[in-house]
Design a protein around this ligand. Structure first.
Ligand code: NAD
Length: 286
């Protein structure tokens, strides 16, 4: 099952996600050329040397645009607008342009610049590691991919994006960009913000007498793994979903206050009941 790319695919931003997309397509038998474009020459060099992509570029002018009919943006979301403006000079309405970005209301801006051939998508798979060197060939199969069409999205391009993810074996779900940003503001952006803040708390409480970073066990490490994520990527996500993230941080602060009160007031039974409810909810996730 192909029918989504006739000529070649270009991945703009050859990092962990873009590299993983290319590797998984190749593993599944995708037989068209995969090109990479990145502002970092090292990413292109590594991508080519490891065979992640067939050919890479650092300049738009050098890309063989005639051989490309599908473009996927896989750079930090803060770069999308600039990239869209650059792409506009090279791609026409026949080229499908999609992305892997973690925030989706940007889709409206992208549509304005690129046209109705832009289709927003967000694969719900990843890691705290960044860079093409860490890319893997089994990231997306069986995972959710949220596609966020708008009233203007062209049906033909939407179908091509759906076909790409079906080819990989991902589970497609459709939702509006607004609903996407609300949901992932709570289930992804909030925990990342909290993990960063938790590591900062250890820094704040460490002093000359005790360096708290010498003591964390599995619990702290599990909880804060995602705080080792790329700062540019997360700055961009936080800014692009500012309203939803700030609202969920307010609710999180209220939950902390509730916990604080139960501990301060030594409400033993209530605290046990509260922890029991939460523990059950968390276990239902596995
Ligand atoms: P990464 O840091 O591994 O890779 C990003 C790449 O983009 C780098 O190679 C960088 O040099 C390149 N880049 C930066 N600015 C550029 C520009 N202007 N033009 C071209 N290339 C540029 O990041 P990643 O983890 O692969 O994330 C990429 C995208 O995927 C982000 O939009 C992110 O929101 C989204 N995403 C990430 C995850 C995850 O877990 N890592 C999950 C889902 C979605």
């Amino acid at each position: 099952m192909e029918g989504f790319i006739e000529n070649g695919l270009l991945i703009v931003g050859l990092g962990f996600m873009g590299g993983s997309l290319s590797k998984e397509l190749k593993k599944k038998g995708f037989n068209k050329t995969i090109y990479g474009l990145d502002i970092n020459p090292t990413a292109i060099e590594i991508g080519q040397n490891l065979g992640v992509i067939d050919k890479g570029f650092t300049e738009y002018e050098k890309v063989p645009w005639d051989e490309i009919d599908f473009v996927v943006l896989a750079s930090p979301v803060g770069t999308f607008e600039t990239i869209a403006k650059l792409l506009k000079g090279f791609v026409n309405g026949k080229t499908t342009v999609s992305d892997l970005g973690s925030t989706k209301r940007l889709v409206y801006k992208m549509e304005k610049i690129i046209g109705s051939n832009f289709v927003g998508a967000h694969p719900i798979a990843g890691t705290e590691k960044s860079g093409v060197i860490y890319s893997v060939d089994n990231l997306f199969e069986g995972k959710k991919v949220i596609i966020t069409p708008t009233v203007d999205t062209d049906k033909y391009h939407l179908q091509r994006v759906e076909n790409l993810w079906k080819f990989i074996g991902a589970k497609i779900e459709y939702m509006s960009p607004e609903l996407h940003d609300f949901i992932f503001g709570v289930v992804s952006h909030l925990p990342h913000a909290v993990a960063f803040a938790l590591v900062d708390t250890l820094r704040e409480l460490s002093d000359k007498k005790v360096n708290l970073f010498e003591y964390p066990g599995a619990g702290f490490k599990d909880f804060t793994r995602i705080a080792a994520s790329d700062p540019t990527m997360w700055r961009d996500i936080f800014f692009n979903n500012k309203d939803n993230l700030l609202k969920s941080l307010q609710v999180f602060k209220k939950s902390l206050e509730k916990l604080e009160e139960l501990i301060r007031e030594e409400k033993k039974e209530e605290l046990k009941e509260y922890l029991g409810e939460i523990s059950l909810l968390r276990r239902s996730l596995d």
